[in-house]
Design a binder for this molecule. Structure first.
Ligand code: HXC
Length: 259
């Protein structure tokens, strides 16, 4: 499939990389781009050679939000009947392999929400995060009011959502929104190294880890612990568990078959 608003490539034959590519609009996220992003991620997810995905943007902008020009004339019935956001943005949450956001520049509004839909965020030192929707007379609509407080706590989430201010990469790391901050010129090297490391592990265990961590945000503690315990038990049925533990006991490198 060919894409117009994203670029798609693989790294090391194992990592699927999607680069958002509307540079003149600071990667503003319109429906066409989100359709392409969903299709690319689903294709990588279905490809057995791919173990991890990366979403990135440009140096200036990961994404400056949903496309305001496109949204400006929408009516309630347009967005409700058209299932705006749910129809294509939510596809990202159906991806079962890990997705890393490599963020440089602006990650605002829907751009911040897209980054938060990924499994973790690696930020360049020039990254700036915010939920400025309040300035447009709306509120975050792709999970920002739910994922941001889970990541940074109520106080900072309220501050960002109600004032519309941006936070820099240092504040975002301190608050727990991003997992690491790296120099801008090292962003892709660091992100690809993390992605390739993930690809070395048992894909079954990696997917179970992702699903289990996500449970922490989707239910109560007791249910989450029970889900994790059952997943943990289930992994003892895999060949990769036998291989991983035998390799450790015999002081050799594990060779996983993703079985
Ligand atoms: C459409 C956008 C855009 C956006 C920037 N552009 N953000 N177009 N939608 N979200 C366009 C500008 O109109 C401009 O086009 C070009 O990109 C460059 O932007 P400038 O403003 O000239 O750049 P700069 O002065 O560097 O300022 C950067 C910026 C600013 C601070 C990021 O562009 C900005 O405030 N953008 C809007 C951020 C925002 O409000 N995001 C939330 C959107 S609502 P031209 O043609 O003039 O060169 C949202 C809803 C989420 O995301 C809910 C559902 C997902």
């Amino acid at each position: 499939m060919s894409y117009e608003l994203i670029q798609v490539r693989t790294e090391g034959g194992k990592v699927g990389v999607v680069t958002l590519n509307r540079p003149k609009q600071l990667n503003a996220l319109n429906n066409e781009l989100m359709d392409e992003l969903g299709a690319a991620l689903k294709a990588f997810d279905a490809d057995p050679t791919i173990g991890c995905m990366v979403i990135t943007g440009s140096e200036k902008a990961f994404a400056a939000g949903a496309d305001i020009g496109a949204m400006a004339t929408y009516s309630f019935s347009d967005v409700y009947k058209g299932d705006y956001i749910t129809r294509n943005w939510e596809l990202i949450r159906q991806v079962r392999k890990p997705v890393i956001a490599a963020v440089s520049g602006f990650a605002l509004g829907g751009g911040c929400e897209l980054a938060m839909m990924c499994d973790f965020i690696i930020a360049a030192d020039n990254a700036r995060f915010g939920q400025p929707e309040i300035k447009l007379g709306i509120i975050p609509g792709a999970g920002g009011t739910q994922r941001l407080p889970r990541a940074v706590g109520k106080a900072k989430a309220m501050d960002l959502a109600l004032t519309g201010r941006m936070m820099d990469a240092t504040e975002a790391e301190r608050a727990g929104l991003v997992s690491r901050v790296v120099a801008l010129d090292k962003l892709m090297d660091e992100t690809l190294a993390a992605a390739l490391m993930i690809c070395e592990f048992s894909q079954v265990a990696v997917m179970a880890a992702k699903e289990s961590v996500n449970r922490a945000f989707e239910g109560g503690l007791a249910d989450g612990i029970m889900f994790e315990r059952r997943m943990f038990h289930a992994l003892f049925a895999t060949e990769d568990q036998k291989e991983g533990m035998d390799a450790f006991v015999n002081k050799r490198k594990a060779v996983f078959k993703n079985q």
